[in-house]
Design a protein around this ligand. Structure first.
Ligand code: AMP
Ligand code: MG
Length: 500
């Protein structure tokens, strides 16, 4: 499209880690939603994406050079697009072989800002890595991923994003006993699709030379500063630990529950990826679980930072032989890097909590400890009195949230201490004003998202578009979106069933 040229830099650098694969041609593709803002960031012309050439591109119908191929006469003998292989730990158990079972990598392109982005299609038909499923994707989960990605992005949280959602013209049944849903394709833009599971696959099945090339590719693409480091593998680990620690702090602050933090759903870029049975908290609960498959609560809200560190430890294990030829030395060095996860997380979390509570942190240090304990205390109060996470912080920004508490006395005592900690003067005023940019009015509330997806299933996209509109300006209170602000009824028992 335009001057934009799709490349397959990953397949070129690491032919062992993907196979050429052609996406199925959908019978009646229809562009349901196009992310024009993101198209612009990628250097793609939204108008062109709406043409038959654009639809061909967005459904993976490209020729051997990656150019759109609207005529469906014959599939290319050597497909340009690829399916990536990876492994992973799923709910703690190693799975030696996973991969793009229903997705293809369209390719990567360099945006106007200079950075490379992958374009990836989900729901493109079964590949040789398909597990059980038919390779298709139902509309609901694809729209859900689009909405969640846009919301997180607007909240300033690193994330993969949807460039487009297309209907395929097919009806598919995701599970037995479930009414068939319209089939869909999600076109996803990501800094890359390198996952912890990609490194696990290379470490478990391929030689050190491939692993070295994978490290080199990851460094080149995401953490170029590590190139010049004395120990590039260790430096890569350090960068990923840093990015994931800050990502997790942000998830916890906005009350986001990913739901399936398997190592194959954790990126090397530091972006969140694969939003399946995920949800934002309504009332604050440390143990909140929204995924029907997470029976043990492994991926509960409050467990997420610990799980991230567990996943990073699996990542570190794949790098041991590159870090030092003496495994004892390598493990010692990797452990020292992993130990930095906690302080990095706590620091990012405390700074974010300070912004949410309107406490200036310019003088740093001691005050961050106080912020941390003030945050923990108020979250315990929210949990005890079943108060809404997002609603509380916004009400605190707007003025007095005591009406949200059944018994406001402990909150009032806490609030007195908050005012003391905040202090007075220009820094305090600025922090107080900044709360409006730290505490959203709009998140994709479970009940509203679910209702919007049900409407979409029945052919009415308007509620999803309205919700997208609200969550893309999360800090703006707008009269026309007032009905989307609160948790609605029944949000607490919400469970999601979608795969990722
Ligand atoms: P997860 O991301 O943890 O849900 O695991 C996804 C794995 O299941 C990947 O290997 C996917 O490619 C595969 N998968 C999920 N849904 C389907 C489907 N409908 N058809 C084929 N494979 C699928
Ligand atoms: Mg996945």
């Amino acid at each position: 499209m335009d001057d934009q040229v799709l490349s397959q830099t990953y397949a070129a650098a690491l032919p062992e880690l993907s196979i050429p694969w052609q996406a199925d041609a959908p019978p009646r593709p229809e562009l349901l939603w196009l992310n024009e803002e993101l198209a612009g960031e990628l250097g793609l012309d939204p108008e062109q994406l709406r043409t038959p050439d654009g639809i061909a591109l967005l459904t993976g119908q490209v020729d051997e050079q990656g150019c759109p191929r609207p005529s469906l006469a014959h599939a290319p003998e050597h497909p340009f697009t690829t399916a990536q292989v990876y492994a992973g730990h799923q709910f703690g158990n190693p799975n030696p072989q996973l991969g793009d079972g229903r997705a293809v990598l369209l390719g990567d392109l360099r945006g106007p800002a200079g950075s490379r982005h992958d374009l990836h299609l989900k729901g493109a038909g079964a590949t040789p890595f398909a597990r059980a499923g038919d390779g298709k994707a139902p509309l609901g989960p694809m729209l859900r991923e689009a909405v969640v990605g846009e919301s997180l992005h607007a909240l300033g949280v690193p994330t993969t994003r949807a460039l487009a959602v297309l209907g395929t013209g097919e009806q598919i049944a995701p599970r037995q006993g479930v009414t068939p849903e319209p089939g869909a394709i999600l076109v996803r833009a990501a800094a890359s699709h390198l996952r912890v599971g990609t490194f696990e696959y290379a470490a478990w099945h391929l030689g050190t030379e491939v692993l070295e090339r994978l490290v080199e590719y990851a460094i080149e693409r995401h953490h170029p500063a590590a190139r010049a480091a004395a120990n590039p593998s260790l430096s890569l680990l350090e960068a990923v630990v840093q990015e994931q620690a800050t990502l997790l702090a942000q998830w916890m602050l906005v009350g986001f529950v990913h739901g399936v933090m398997n190592t194959d759903n954790m990126t090397i870029s530091g972006e969140g990826i694969d939003y399946g049975p995920c949800a934002f908290l309504d009332r604050h609960r440390h143990g909140a679980v929204f995924s029907s498959i997470d029976r043990g609560g492994r991926y509960a809200y409050g467990n997420q930072p610990g799980i991230a560190l567990w996943n990073l430890s699996r990542f570190a294990e794949t790098l041991v032989r590159l870090i030092d030829e003496d495994p004892d030395v390598a493990v010692e060095q990797a452990t020292a890097v992993l130990e930095r996860f906690e302080p990095t997380y706590l620091d990012a979390y405390a700074r974010g909590m300070a912004a949410k509570l309107g406490i200036p942190t310019a003088d740093g240090g001691g005050r961050l400890d106080a912020v941390r304990s003030m945050g923990a205390e108020v979250l315990a109060l929210l949990e005890e009195q079943q108060v809404d996470h997002t609603g509380f912080f916004r009400a605190l920004s707007d003025g007095d949230p005591s009406a949200l508490f059944a018994d406001p006395t402990p909150f009032r005592a806490w609030h007195e201490r908050l005012l003391e900690l905040r202090g007075a003067g220009p820094a305090a005023d600025e922090a107080r004003a900044g709360m409006m940019r730290a505490n959203p009015v709009h998140i994709p509330r479970n009940v509203h998202l679910d209702a919007a997806l049900r409407a979409a299933h029945l052919g009415d996209l308007d509620p999803v578009l309205t919700l997208l509109d609200a969550v893309r300006e999360p800090f703006e209170r707008r009269a026309e979106h007032a009905h989307l602000e609160g948790p609605g009824d029944g949000g607490e028992d919400f469970l999601t069933f979608c795969g990722t």
